[in-house]
Design a protein around this ligand. Structure first.
Ligand code: ADP
Length: 233
């Protein structure tokens, strides 16, 4: 087995940390760091949706806004929305909306702002993981939690949680971001950039499941700390 550039095992996540209540003005907020990737998420709502013609009397709208700070990468990123940020906002909405009980809030909107402060691969996954914690912190009823991690193929090896260096590997890495629900183990995000065969995809999904389990534990721990008056918040 070839070792990875940062010395991790193939099924090892980068070092993680998480905090709840990082944006005091928001109804719910969280920070999630995995390796050198840092995501902040802030939730506002449920609140009445304007303009009113966008309102749905059956359920609330979950609206996600993903953005990467211009200082989050070494070459300054052009500020403002891009095709990439629009796509990531949309897949984030899809990754989260199935666990949120949107029918409880007709005509409302729940806004989820995700800001990537530092980027080193896996930012959409870190954003989803932070956003799920921020939603829970905002008291939005959720059927289960969502965690996300990227898996992929580097060289011939299927590995967990790719770094930017691994993604940019000369022979061309395959990146598979996956989001999973904590109870039913449903997959709410599955994208694939590169090539893998069926056997490799099954192996990658198993690895993503293992990674998400570790992330669920961290999410649960920091959320429990807040509600038991612990050090978070
Ligand atoms: P993800 O961050 O979810 O893996 P991508 O595969 O699009 O999404 O991006 C991979 C990585 O490439 C990012 O995490 C970041 O480190 C880097 N990256 C993305 N966009 C830019 C950009 N505009 N400038 C510099 N680096 C970027």
């Amino acid at each position: 087995m070839t070792s990875r550039v940062d010395g991790r095992k193939i099924d090892e996540l980068r070092k993680m940390s998480a905090r709840i209540g990082v944006v005091k003005r928001a109804d719910g907020s969280a920070m999630f760091q995995i390796g050198d990737t840092i995501a902040f998420a802030a939730v506002y709502g449920p609140r009445e949706l304007h303009p009113r013609f966008l309102q749905n009397p059956e359920k609330a709208m979950l609206r996600c806004h993903y953005d990467m700070a211009s200082f989050s990468v070494s070459e300054r990123k052009k500020p403002g929305p891009s095709r990439r940020s629009v796509e990531i906002s949309l897949v984030t909405e899809k990754a989260l909306s199935s666990v949120v009980d949107l029918k409880l809030y007709p005509n409302a909107v729940i806004d989820v702002f995700i800001q990537i402060i530092q980027a080193n691969a896996g930012t959409r996954c870190a954003g989803i993981t932070a956003a799920a914690m921020a939603l829970a912190h905002a008291g939005v009823p959720m059927r289960e939690m969502v965690a996300a991690v990227s898996v992929g193929k580097v060289g011939k090896e299927i590995v967990l949680d790719l770094t930017k260096e691994e993604e940019d590997e000369e022979t061309g890495a395959t990146d598979i971001p996956v989001a999973m629900t904590s109870y039913n183990k449903g997959i709410t995000l599955l994208q694939l950039d590169g090539e893998v065969n069926k056997k490799e995809l099954i192996e990658a999904l198993k690895l993503a499941g293992k990674g998400c389990e570790e992330i669920f534990k961290l999410q649960e721990r920091v959320l429990k700390e807040v509600y038991s008056g612990g050090k978070n918040e």
